[in-house]
Design a protein around this ligand. Structure first.
Ligand code: SAM
Length: 300
């Protein structure tokens, strides 16, 4: 049996997720295209367009409400953050929008940082990278070179690597409460060990009126033939492609199983409401027959 279906502790899950993303970091972008037939690009474009960062309803140019701060959690190799910056700075002509990409995995962030060097200089200047666990945004640190001589090697009594990872000597201050206008998380939250804790942190760091927005794989609920084909594709093809293209069957098997285990659209909406957010209507939008979904909530 694969670890996706075993009962694992939070610490164990965190370490395994770390292993998966460290091993897929280099092939991650190519694999996304192969696994989703390029659909992930369409979903990400739609997600960002629906949030329309930097848009000012009153005047073109800088938003009279002041500079916008977007926190892209589990930002990985930068797909969401780069789209946010493009929409804000270029489409909405609002260069006051800045984005912080945060991820627990230094290998993913390092690929993102490398990719960001092709962005226009003004966008690069509006981007920052921090290492942080989404479940505890009070311990963060700037991205260190990877691999680094200060790689964590010790564990605390609970098998938790973060204590070593976020060594007080190298970690910086908390992401302050009520400091963020828009919190985004795309294809990240299903990997978290403690989703309610991450939602509480999202609530804490958002300003009143700030928006939580999540793009995640969800429960396909379309025609039965489509649902069956989607299951076949996920459980048979994706691990095989992972093996052939990235020589890493296990990591891609984990990704498929983590999608299967993630709550349904309505269950996840209820978790968002439980964290204190206000949702509009159903609270989510299905994409491609529910293969993915966007959930949004506002901090009142
Ligand atoms: N958002 C990017 C995108 O859409 O392309 C990356 C998504 S990638 C599938 C998932 C990311 O979640 C990985 O970079 C992984 O390191 C990160 N992650 C997993 N657990 C995390 C946690 N507890 N806190 C922060 N990031 C986490």
């Amino acid at each position: 049996t694969h670890f996706g279906y075993e009962t694992v502790t939070e610490g164990e899950k965190r370490e395994r997720v770390a292993g998966v993303f460290t091993s897929v970091a280099e092939s991650y972008d190519r694999m996304n295209d192969l696994m989703s037939f390029g659909w992930h690009r369409v979903w990400k474009d739609h997600f960002v367009a629906s949030l329309n960062p930097g848009f000012s309803p009153l005047t073109p140019g800088p938003d009279p409400r002041g500079p916008q701060h977007i926190l892209d959690i589990a930002g990985g190799t930068g797909d969401i953050a780069f789209r946010m910056l493009h929409t804000a700075h270029v489409v909405n002509a609002n260069p006051a929008v800045r984005v912080t990409i945060s991820d627990i995995n230094r290998a993913m962030l390092t690929v993102g940082k490398q990719r960001s060097t092709t962005l226009p200089a003004s966008q690069q200047a509006s981007l920052s990278f921090v290492e942080a666990n989404a479940e505890n945004l009070s311990q963060t640190r700037p991205l260190h070179p990877y691999p680094s001589p200060i790689e964590p090697t010790t564990h605390d009594a609970h098998g938790n690597t973060e204590q070593a990872f976020f060594d007080p000597a190298t970690s910086t201050a908390s992401i302050p409460s009520a400091s963020v206008d828009l919190y985004t998380v795309a294809f990240g939250i299903r990997n978290f060990s403690n989703i309610p804790a991450a939602l509480r942190e999202a609530y804490r760091v958002l300003k009143p009126g700030g928006v939580f927005a999540c793009l995640e794989f969800s429960k396909a609920d379309a025609h039965p033939v489509f649902n069956a084909l989607y299951k076949e594709w996920s459980f048979r093809a994706i691990p095989l492609i992972g093996q052939l293209v990235a020589a890493d069957r296990d990591s891609y098997q984990y990704l498929v199983e983590s999608i299967e285990r993630f709550p349904s659209q309505a269950e996840f909406r209820d978790m968002i409401v439980d964290a204190g957010f206000v949702v509009a209507g159903d609270g989510w939008e299905d994409l491609t027959g529910g293969v993915a979904a966007i959930h949004k909530g506002m901090k009142p």
